[in-house]
Design a protein around this ligand. Structure first.
Ligand code: NAI
Ligand code: MG
Length: 352
């Protein structure tokens, strides 16, 4: 079981180190950690945010554990050499089309949400966002019309196979949860969405045990803050998912707690190949001082054990250890507390 560990920049290595301590404590037979450079650190060492050496490490692995990239020293570089290109490059190199973002309120943290605590307490949802299609990847340009006015455009499209494969991921996820799936689109005005809806309905025939509903994206945005507890699994396209997943994560409250998985179709001997990362960035404002909360990265490692290595029991143990530390009042700076990166790692290890 090989893991490509790509810590990245600024707080990336700090939070990744704690996730590795947790993985090592589990003492899983056959777990091998490979290391690679990504982001600004890779620009400095290799002249590229995702150098061939790192891609080779990732190709040799069964999963990628990613810290964060983003280095203000690189802000002047052309777009193709910016650290953030590393994550986009990995998504496209491995066809990671399914982005899974769980958003669950931890007991005791209801007060961190921007929502009223009694509403936040009910959040336990999973957003399944399509990650490699939609308007982000269609033709795009700014053109000058004959009369001299400039016009910008981006082409939104989905092919039915792209919708089908993300729908299967979402239905299977719902089967492992409360068996409710909400497909979010804008089928009242967009043809792309009409096709999306038709294909999701076709796929639903294979999952008679899952209750499917459809919702327009504007209503979904409203329901996410009105009554997030009504959602179990939400599946949607790249653009809508980008917005709704950020919104859902902030309904929970803290950026230092939220994990993510990006999965493709590639199967290994152990499960589905995937990339796992906290949803936060490299936090240059607190980097180098041992202040970052590593819980999001630790929870990302748990998702890795679940999805890429079929180790549900160990994943659940890690999640319980994090929840236990939070329930006992262990709080990082993102939660208004005093606990530093290593102290939080210690607290999770103690409960593991
Ligand atoms: P950010 O997520 O790095 O930080 C936002 C705020 O949250 C900051 O005040 C930071 O101190 C705090 N924060 C973030 N993670 C934390 C943690 N684990 N514990 C405690 N506090 C935490 O977003 P920002 O500042 O917009 O971006 C910084 C850099 O990160 C940029 O270069 C950006 O492009 C990059 N970025 C990279 C991502 C990735 O690697 N996937 C995702 C988002 C941003
Ligand atoms: Mg976003």
């Amino acid at each position: 079981m090989k893991v490509a560990v790509l810590p990245g920049d600024r707080i990336g290595p700090e939070v990744t180190a704690e996730a590795l301590r947790v993985l090592e404590a589990l003492d899983l037979p056959g777990l091998t950690l490979l290391e690679g450079d990504v982001g600004g650190i890779a620009c400095k060492r290799h002249g590229h945010p995702l150098p061939p050496e790192t891609l080779a490490v990732a190709r040799a692995a069964d999963a990628i554990l990613f810290g964060a990239v983003g280095d203000p020293d690189c802000d002047g570089l052309e777009r193709a050499l910016r650290p953030e290109q590393a994550i986009l490059g990995l998504r496209s190199a491995f066809g990671l089309f399914a982005n899974l973002r769980p958003a669950t309120t931890f007991p005791g943290l209801e007060g961190m949400s921007a929502l009223r605590p009694e509403i936040a307490a009910r959040i336990d949802l999973l957003i399944v966002r399509e990650l490699t299609g939609d308007v982000y990847f269609g033709d795009k340009r700014i053109e000058t019309l004959p009369d001299g006015r400039r016009r910008g455009w981006d082409m939104m499209s989905y092919a039915e196979d792209e919708v089908r494969r993300i729908a299967h991921v979402a239905f299977r996820a719902a089967q492992g949860r409360k068996r409710r799936l909400c497909s979010v689109d804008k089928a009242n005005v967009l043809e792309t969405s009409q096709l999306w809806r038709d294909v999701v309905i076709e796929v639903a025939a294979e999952y008679p045990d899952v209750v499917l509903e459809h919702m327009y994206v504007d209503n979904a945005a409203m329901q996410l803050v009105r009554d997030p507890g009504r959602f179990d699994v939400v599946v949607t396209g790249n653009l809508f998912g980008d917005i709704l997943s950020d919104q859902a994560s902030m309904c929970v409250g803290s950026i230092g707690l939220l994990a993510s998985a990006s999965l493709g179709e590639r199967q290994t001997d152990y499960g589905t190949f995937g990339l796992y990362e906290p949803i936060h960035g490299s936090a240059p404002d607190i980097a180098g001082r041992g202040l970052a909360n590593p819980m999001a990265t630790i929870l990302s490692a748990a998702m890795m054990l679940r999805h890429s290595f079929g180790r549900e029991a160990e994943a659940a143990r890690i999640e319980a250890a994090v929840a236990g530390a939070l329930a006992d009042g262990v709080r990082g700076g993102d939660l208004g507390g005093e606990a530093g990166t290593a102290a939080i790692g210690d607290a999770v290890l103690a409960r593991l």
